[in-house]
Design a protein around this ligand. Sequence first.
Ligand SMILES: *Cc1c(COP(=O)(O)O)cnc(C)c1O
Length: 378
Amino acid sequence: MNTKIWLSSPHMGGNEQKYINEAFAENWVAPLGPNVDGFEKDLEQFLGENAKVAVLSAGTAALHLALIECGVQHGDEVICQSMTFSASANPIAYCGGIPVFVDSEPDTWNMCPKALREAIEDRIQKGTKPKAVIVVHLYGMPAKMDEITAIAQEFQIPVIEDAAEALGSTYKGKACGTFGRFGVLSFNGNKIITTSGGGALVCHTQEDKDKTVFLSTQARDNAPHYQHSHIGFNYRMSNIVAGIGRGQMEVLKDRVAARRAMHDFYLDAFKNIEGVTVFSEPGNDFYSNHWLSAIIIDPQVTGKDREGLRLAFLEDNIESRPLWKPMHLQPVFESSPYYGGKISENLFDNGLCLPSGSNLSDDDRERIASVIRNYFGV
Ligand SMILES: *Cc1c(COP(=O)(O)O)cnc(C)c1O
């Protein structure tokens, strides 16, 4: 059997272990210490825009705290992009809230501004003004943030930006994760950089960052004994994990370049195959880290489909995966309201994510290209 080619696997830079060794040497084996501070500073410098970053145990934890800080409580409605990973929506349920799902638009595969407006206006008419909007930058592709923030501002609803897949992406030159009231980052094992598991909440005031750190470390009031006037969480990132993050930040720019090169590789691999579209930026305002490269296969034109290609890859021990199945089609969210048409559903039916790691070799790429040639008979 050929060695397995993964969709996206961890790719260490070399200095991660050095930061971990320092933590051991100084006994900072705790959810605080120089690596936590250093990783936050690295992220703040990378993002710019006066970002204030709190590193946490997961991107999911960051979303949960963002919703709490937006005041989401039991019974509140929160608008969420339907086409995404379930972790974008689950924290709404943690708060006892009700997700209201919104369709994507075809340019970026992200939240459709028209459907967003329709959702907000209809919910307000029904007497429940949404408490927040969660927009996602899918596979690293920036959403249409100008349109979305303008609509949210018109109705005075805070935007939470799920940039878990988009560290290193920009929209109009500005880093994804810095547009909303809060931005969410993830350093899970499959993301563009990884700490094995971890996340961060991007804030814009010291007050919001302090509140995030306070809530993530059990919400302990300022007193010599343990005194609490809020419900707290154990969501802070450990100093060991943050050491991996500091090492990864040293190579983030290289990782973005390598993922973007994989996107170019697929543009070339599919250039003579009619009916296959490689997911690409719709214009110069959009700069994707191309965390995952993805394609849409038109079965009418190609006589082929995404499941056939997936199985052909699998036969050669190459991982590929259908696009995210929209949340409004998930059994667990059956009863949630939905606004939009069939854009995300069609993307799910015909789309496939392809191996995109920054650590793939020329041999790996040749194996991938050869499966593509054989499957489409070119
Ligand atoms: C990975 C991911 C998350 C969750 O991040 P974790 O760090 O795994 O908790 C949230 N949203 C999206 C879109 C993701 O891809």
